[in-house]
Design a protein around this ligand. Sequence first.
Ligand code: ADP
Ligand code: GLC
Length: 489
Amino acid sequence: MSTLKICLVSSEIAPFAKTGGLADVSEAFGRYLSAQHHDIRLIMPFYAAIDTRNYQFYPVEYALNCEIQMGSKHYTYHMYTTQLPGTDAAVYLVHCPELYARPSLYTNDADEPIRFALLNRAAIELCQRMNWAPHIFHLNDWQTALIPVYLKTLYSWDGLFHNTKTLLTIHNIGYQGSFGADVINDLGLNTYYTYFDASDLYHGRLNFLRTGIRHAHKLSTVSETYAREIQTADYGEGLHKDLQNRSEDLVGILNGVDYQQWDPQKDNLIPYTYSVHNLRGKNLNKRFLLKKMGLSYDRSIPVIGMITRLAEQKGIALLRGTLELILAQYNVRFIVLGAGEESYEQFLHYIQSSFPEKAVFFKGYDYPLSHLIEAGSDIFVMPSKYEPCGLNQIYSLKYGTIPVVRKTGGLADTVQPYDWRTGQGTGFVFEHYTQSGLQWALEYALSTYAHKNVWKKLIRRAMLQNFSWEEQIHKYVELYTRMLPGKIK
Ligand code: ADP
Ligand code: GLC
């Protein structure tokens, strides 16, 4: 196989900086493409939140004191590099404290568009400094979506990129990078306004994602169902027409899972490993988890787990009413790990104080605890309003923690509805985004749980599902290869 040169630009890459699945997926691209001996180089911001004690970062000698003019503003940045742990892939980080030394990865600050426009330009300029012409710029979400336009405008003079193609992967259409149109000056693109959507500009807006959708050579998203959904008015968040126009160039490729990190048989973040052949450890983890959370343990009482960003997308609104009802009527335990919007945090605090013996809300971001919840819960709930792919339901399957999900996006593509008549299926799936839908699915799961042998079979079937990246990465390699004009050298 020929070696592909891929420059992957992302606003999050695990283990360095993560708020959600984008980080896991960006890391996986690095890991699985480099394992296949492709030349993959990853570029991200050097956020203040990055732990500089655990990883070694080296200054890139030919990319220090880089000067860049962004409209009227001038910035100086330095590039640092490190290896993606356990791989041969190099990660490059744009060190510009003026832009990236903030308390969180994303902000509502006035210069948010500049923070990521600079990432886009620094990625292009790093390739120039390395004199390295990637076959593909693989871009992810709005934060990297201006690269196609920059290549067509400010950098079009550089023959280095004449054969370079751009692939924009949409991980979440709910976040578009929509700003006031006057930012065009600071992007350095005011003389190139025709590259932006005329109607947006007319209404005083400029949308990074829409611009990327227009100008990238190819588009992908992270499940087949979501690829269809975002071309409809219901799910397209105002971009469905732009996507319909590019439907020939849009493909859905389901995310994979890194089973080196998420496999109960070798997970060193859980106290008891277990496998499909020996489930004893699962129950011991349940006891351990409940003790840690200060809840009483009884083998026969089901534990419902949840790990999530607390955002509208995740269907937290459906839990209102439904959760109170389930907790009042059933003998269950409910453990949720998450952080995000304050109103949802308040709701979950209220749930915990209303049912102190049954429910715990662990506010925050905690990677080891996320593994323990996967291992120690019986049921995993993910009632998303929309879900481009979703990783937690796939981790749950592997851990024999039966998912309760809504039939949307990647949830629909990874969880097969359980049917008591045939005994087939891997989880409980409800169709409509309503409280009664979620209640039905949870009650169905709880009544099935009461039949120990049936449940055991369900666990085994779930654990045998395989969504490994090894399978999925080939689909990206095929896509990259199809994008190239001729044979690659
Ligand atoms: P999204 O990217 O929309 O948040 P995904 O299911 O694709 O949804 O990915 C979420 C990732 O973030 C998973 O790896 C999940 O375990 C992790 N995660 C989310 N919230 C937390 C949290 N509070 N603590 C630890 N991990 C979390
Ligand atoms: C997004 C989506 C999620 C997806 C992840 C990685 O944040 O919300 O469904 O799994 O990106 O692609």
